[in-house]
Design a protein around this ligand. Sequence first.
Ligand code: AMP
Ligand code: MG
Length: 355
Amino acid sequence: MFDNTNYINTIISSGNDDKAIERASEILRQGGLVAFPTETVYGLGADALNEDASAKIYAAKGRPSDNPLIVHIADTKAVYELAESVPEKAVMLMEAFWPGPLTIILNKKKIVPDGTTGGLDTVAIRMPSHPVAMKLIKESGVYIAAPSANTSGRPSPTLAEHVIEDMNGRIDMILDGGAVGIGIESTIVDLTGETPTILRPGYITKKMLEEIIGDVSIDRAIIEPDPNLRPKAPGMKYTHYAPKGEVTIVESEQNDKKVIDKINSLIAEKAAQGFKTAVIATKDNAPYYNCDNVLIVGEADKGVTISANLYAILRKCDTIGAEYIYSEALNQNELGGAIMNRLLKAAGHRVIKVH
Ligand code: AMP
Ligand code: MG
């Protein structure tokens, strides 16, 4: 529970204000916590090379200490300071996708404290493209360790308001950069083994990676919900994104009408029992649901219209107080794999298939 005795006065400023960036930079240099926008989601930043500072991130988020942080940099030279060796494929990916929503895992140098990497010998590194993130890293002169700026387990923040909801009074400063563009976390690729492996799907897809470096595999634990498989990205094993209500995904290989009919019957059943319900719908199907809370997540075939809204909608389910939430499967687009990875977690892998 939130402990009032540790309440601090959080400064909330526009990320476009140079004075605010200066102040945030000073806070980071002194070991404090600053939330800032990136192109994926809002991050909660601290000096990556200061173990006490990164420890504060875990405390503010209530994050398990074995869940490592991503180090954000603004210049590729930093990779050589943080990583023991930089393979050719890493250089190719950095050239192709940085700055951007790709995180690479490399063997770490000693200067990266165990407190930042959750005790692992590897380090996760990313160069974000968001201008506020870039400015903050450059101005502060520190490498910024930053996980998503949500309370552990909640959907990642895609608006400064979400960060305020979760972090006000727990961190030193929040830089408001408005709505983020992509809305789901970066793709993570492990380059420490023989074959590059995706540990978390994101905006940069397997196909995009393979066009640059050839064969890429996907960590099996993130595609099969098998409790015996242990994901290689420690964070992927935790429950995530889940609203308080119960989320169920309804899908059909045949047509959307079957999905709509099934969801409408489930809603009618729950409403008759007095429960509050919500539907997560794509734009074209939305008019056909008989529910007070139809939340339009985006256009079925345009992945980024969905990824940009998904977390805000999962948070909205809590604001509404929805007890049962039914979602269409959101896989008919270029980001289907990454979006379904999050939605399945939010649903605790509860899926109804209609034939
Ligand atoms: P977040 O930024 O909140 O999305 O969390 C960072 C994600 O990166 C988590 O899922 C971590 O498990 C993953 N991660 C960070 N560092 C490493 C690493 N060295 N090896 C594998 N996964 C990592
Ligand atoms: Mg996170």
